[in-house]
Design a protein around this ligand. Structure first.
Ligand SMILES: NC(=O)C1=CN([C@@H]2O[C@H](COP(=O)(O)OP(=O)(O)OC[C@H]3O[C@@H](n4cnc5c(N)ncnc54)[C@H](O)[C@@H]3O)[C@@H](O)[C@H]2O)[C@@H](O)CC1
Ligand SMILES: Nc1ncnc2c1ncn2[C@@H]1O[C@H](COP(=O)(O)OP(=O)(O)O)[C@@H](O)[C@H]1O
Ligand SMILES: [K+]
Length: 478
């Protein structure tokens, strides 16, 4: 599992570590890791003679860039520092000069010929986008054709929230120190970071056990996924009920059932008016015209995809088993009703649905996803999976680490893929996973399936995502 920590947590751990070590040790470690990353980015044999420009702000982020620049200069690179702050890290500047680096009067001339730019304008101390004087320099860096490496974070992003409130220098790669920060994993900031590399500086044992964010990896998901035992039968594996589709949108029922059939439950019960379409595609489904309360026992419900104005949501919420609510099921959903439930509830909104539930604009949710997902989980007392370019899952109540899904792909932005996801999550609930695990494992498999189906390079239909789920499951567990 990868983890990310807030700035105040990272700073506290750094302060503790610094108090035990000779002065300057951490910055030397950071600069050594940064320089090593630059060596490998430039490529073997290409450091000597490479033209490197350092964009240096007034804080320690600039200090890291200067010390790394000194290392590059000692290996034969031509290193030029562009000083953007009112002052620059004195030790770093002296080290650069001693190694043969220089300070530029005019930033644009060295940038025009640069092979590599190190963005050391701001790191965890930065906020509110780049300052106006740095903007033309950042644009010249981006337009130069040089490889841009962000030091710790792309300057101008909010490290804790992933917010981008102004201009940011887009990086090809980011070398971050000690721990990931949430902004490196959450859009819109994540998009500016490029490939992120973590450099250890010895903080690991000083960080608290509960991070701000967790990103699952294959082995974490493999541990969560249900495996039928020798004595299992379809009922013991769990039955998932799907209340979805309408005469107008029968396809949503088919796609939600497709997701549910691949999620580890022993049987899928479909309840609603699209039974014929469901059976035609998936004859293994148990269909029932409704209402849900009369459909027979299930271990979890999925309600909402393509439901239109059809009834069913309140019925399902009145049950005493876990419920995943998606799409039309989220419209006008009552927080009181959800909070009063005794069994877990999972809500799976996209940004527009989340905005409607919170009473804010969609853009506000997209700009501050972490705050939005925690707020929904708090208000509804439910586990919330917020979909989109970054998918986040917050535990009921909004406390504890939020899970960020690392497997997504923008090819998933295709009609009906959300229906597959909610069916899959419901099936994992029926198989007995806690809501936070069901949601985050579902997002993980769903993203992986989409990547497989698209090969990272071609459009996909939602049905193909469902069909690739078995392969994704095998990838994770083998
Ligand atoms: N604290 C530590 O132990 C370590 C810190 N390290 C580095 O130190 C960085 C943090 O250093 P600082 O706390 O000095 O903070 P930063 O260097 O991130 O930024 C602070 C400076 O930038 C200015 N600033 C803030 N917002 C700005 C904006 N929008 N545009 C232009 N200037 C802006 C501030 O006035 C301040 O002078 C980390 O990101 C990391 O790169 C590393 O050397 C590892 C060890
Ligand atoms: N830009 C994007 N990058 C990655 N994944 C995305 C992006 N946009 C949407 N998705 C994913 O695609 C799926 C779309 O779901 P949803 O919005 O409910 O669509 P629908 O209702 O048509 O099924 C979700 O899993 C979501 O996380
Ligand atoms: K930076």
């Amino acid at each position: 599992m990868r983890t990310a920590y807030r700035v105040e947590t990272v700073r506290a751990a750094e302060a503790e570590l610094m108090s035990r070590l000779p002065e300057g040790t951490l910055m030397r470690r950071a600069a050594a890791g940064l320089a090593a990353a630059c060596f490998s980015l430039l490529g073997r044999g290409r450091v000597y003679g490479a033209r490197v420009v350092l964009l240096v702000g007034s804080g320690d982020n600039g200090g890291d860039a200067l010390y790394a620049g000194a290392r590059l200069a000692r290996r034969g690179a031509g290193v030029t520092a562009v000083l953007l702050g009112s002052r620059a890290h004195a030790g770093g500047l002296a080290a650069l000069r001693a190694a043969g680096g220089r300070v530029a009067e005019d930033p644009f001339e060295p940038l025009a010929a640069a092979d590599l730019v190190l963005d050391g304008i701001t790191g965890i101390g930065g906020h509110g986008g780049l300052r106006p004087d740095a903007v033309p320099v950042a644009r010249a860096a981006r337009g130069s054709g040089a490889v841009v490496v962000a030091v710790d974070l792309p300057s101008g992003v909010d490290a804790d929230t992933g917010e981008v409130a102004g201009e940011v220098l887009r990086a090809d790669a980011t070398v971050t120190f000690g721990a990931y920060k949430p902004g490196l994993l959450i859009d819109p900031a994540r998009e500016y970071a490029g490939a992120v590399r973590l450099v250890g500086i010895g903080l690991e044992d000083l960080l608290p056990s509960v991070p701000e964010l967790q990103a699952l990896q294959h082995e974490d998901v493999a541990r969560m996924l249900p495996v039928p035992a020798a004595e299992s039968d379809k009922y013991r594996r769990g039955v998932v009920g799907v209340v979805a589709g309408s005469r107008r949108y029968p396809g949503a029922a088919v796609l939600a059932v497709a997701g549910a059939l691949h999620g580890g439950a022993g049987a899928v019960r479909y309840v609603g008016p699209a039974g014929e379409a469901v059976i035609a595609r998936f004859p293994e489904t148990l269909v029932h015209a409704g209402p849900p309360a009369k459909a027979g026992r299930v271990q979890a419900w999925v309600v909402g995809p393509g439901l239109g104005d059809a009834p069913g949501v309140d019925d399902v919420l009145a049950s005493d088993v876990p419920v995943a609510v998606d799409a039309d099921g989220l419209r006008g959903l009552s927080a009181e009703l959800v909070r009063a439930r005794t069994a877990p509830t999972l809500l799976t909104p996209h940004a527009g649905e989340a905005a409607a539930l919170l009473g804010v604009a969609r853009e506000a949710v997209e700009a501050r996803r972490l705050a939005a997902v925690r707020e929904l989980a708090t208000r509804f007392g439910a586990t919330v999976l917020l979909k989109g370019s970054t998918t986040l899952v917050a535990e009921a109540g909004g406390r504890g680490p939020v899970r960020v899904n690392p497997t997504g792909t923008s090819w998933l932005a295709t009609a009906g893929s959300g229906d597959v996801l909610s069916g899959l999550a419901g099936s994992l609930l029926a198989a007995g996973l806690p809501a936070i695990d069901a949601a985050s494992a579902a997002a993980y498999l769903h993203g992986l399936a989409a990547r497989r189906a698209s090969g990272g390079a071609s459009p996909i239909a939602a049905g193909e995502v469902a069909s690739a789920l078995s392969d994704a499951w095998r990838d994770v567990t083998s």
